[in-house]
Design a protein. Structure first.
Length: 96
């Protein structure tokens, strides 16, 4: 899918991700969960000028990257907690 010239491709991507809950309504009309080109073309998109779209998309992309990093950090902390609890329960580490 390609954005029209007056739209930022990255902005459209972020807009589609933000409207992801709406895809369930489209998917319920069919046996298979799929969305057609016509479904997407039927969605009205109100957007600012292209330069503003580009700036918005950049901020959202950076936020997405930060979320990925925080999720990875959370996963590492959960693994560390599990390992420490295992050591504590086996008597290999003293509690504070």
């Amino acid at each position: 899918m390609r954005a029209k010239p007056h739209f930022s491709q990255d902005f459209i991507y972020q807009w589609l991700r933000w409207h992801q809950p709406r895809w369930a309504a489209f998917a319920q009309r069919s046996t298979f969960e799929s969305i057609t080109t016509q479904d997407i073309k039927a969605l009205p998109i109100m957007a600012p000028d292209k330069s503003t779209q580009t700036r918005i998309a950049a901020v959202l992309f950076n936020a997405d990257q930060e979320i990925v990093l925080y999720k990875a950090k959370l996963g590492h902390l959960k693994a560390e907690k599990k390992a420490l609890m295992h050591q504590l329960l086996r008597g290999q580490k003293e509690s504070m």
